[in-house]
Design a protein around this ligand. Structure first.
Ligand SMILES: Cc1ncc(COP(=O)(O)O)c(C=O)c1O
Length: 340
């Protein structure tokens, strides 16, 4: 069994690992032969830990580990108004005893109160973060850096997390997850044809790729459906972040663009804009499994996976693992699309 030793990187535990892997028996019974004999399993990164959970916690374990090791007393990060990363940064910094400031851009064209005040945005306040809202076209990272400079001048020790937590340090969380999945698959007697995730800021896919490559496993075992950037840019981001993470891990191996399996066809008209496939996927999983996808990320990715399974991409008898990445609060920001 290949292993990956990341013990030298400081890590602040935020969730109980390993997260469970479960079959989607209810979905299989409902969809029957249309799944072409493919078994879909889910990894429950949506339920573990604090702040209503989600994939960002694995990244935050390493980001906050590094921040604490550097003596930080304040964390600043950026995202969209309904950012799951911002919400979980607010929760995790509260847990770690750091102050938190969030720079949130109005990048999705929505002005209604469900979007601007409910879901993740409401939780940012509940977790006690200081929130700065910016116009959609604003450079939030530059604003965050300017604020960091200001706070440092006041004597504060500030650590800035990148968009989506997807720096090489953050990506370590999903390198670790790749090793976790391989060990669980062996215990369960399963061999996954692919491990599938949503792709926003590329760090989840890049982390998986780097972990697999560092263990000498084909990086195409991981696949993502892009929901933010268009396909070419998303692939370039995964490639760059995976190789930077491999360098951080100290592995000699690097990956090429041909080794990044990524599909950009299920994003629809744009980031955060509902698609028919997303609505079908969210309702199907809710109504056959009692499990929640989210409208912005995992709903679109699961729609992509369903499309490909129905289209015969995987041979009968194969097993595919879908990462449930959380984002549940986003449901409350999409009442008009999901109600009824
Ligand atoms: C619920 C959810 N799923 C998936 C993703 C995608 O992760 P990444 O940004 O690492 O590509 C995100 C990112 O914000 C997310 O919030």
């Amino acid at each position: 069994m290949p292993t990956l030793d990341l013990a030298r990187f400081p890590r602040l535990p935020l969730l109980a690992l390993p997260t469970p892997i479960e079959p989607l028996d209810g979905l299989a019974a409902h969809l029957g032969d249309t799944l072409n004999g493919v078994r879909i399993f889910v990894k429950r990164d949506d339920v573990a830990g604090i702040g209503l959970g989600g994939n960002k916690l694995r990244k935050l374990e390493y980001l906050l580990g590094a921040a604490k090791a550097a003596g930080a007393d304040t964390a600043i990060t950026v995202g969209a108004i309904q950012s799951n990363h911002a919400r979980l940064t607010a929760a995790a910094t509260a847990r770690a005893g750091l102050a938190c400031e969030l720079f949130l851009t109005r990048s999705v064209p929505r002005q209604d109160l469900d979007y601007t005040g409910n879901g993740n945005r409401l939780l940012d306040d509940v977790f006690g973060a200081t929130v700065h809202e910016l116009p959609g076209e604003a450079d939030s990272l530059a604003a965050a850096e300017a604020r960091a400079t200001e706070l440092r001048a006041e004597g504060r020790a500030v650590y800035t997390f990148p968009s989506g937590g997807s720096s090489p340090t953050g990506c370590l969380g999903y390198a670790n997850c790749a090793a976790e999945i391989l060990a669980q698959a062996e215990d369960l007697g399963l061999s996954f044809a692919q491990i599938v995730t949503a792709n926003g800021s590329a760090g989840t896919h890049a982390g998986l790729v780097s972990g697999l490559a560092a263990m000498d496993i084909d990086p195409r075992l991981a696949k993502s459906y892009a929901v933010l950037a268009e396909e070419g840019r998303a692939r370039a981001e995964v490639l760059e972040k995976a190789n930077a993470t491999l360098a951080l891990i100290g592995a000699a191996r690097r990956v090429t663009a041909q080794e990044i399996d990524l599909d950009g066809r299920h994003r629809g008209p744009g980031y955060g804009i509902p698609t028919a496939g997303m609505l079908e996927a969210v309702r199907l999983l809710a109504r056959t499994e009692g499990k929640l996808l989210d409208p912005v990320y995992s709903g679109k990715a699961f729609a992509g996976l369903l499309h490909d399974v129905r289209g015969g991409l995987y041979p009968a008898g194969s097993a595919v693992l879908f990462l449930m990445t959380g984002g549940t609060p986003g449901i409350f920001a999409y009442k008009d699309a999901l109600a009824g």
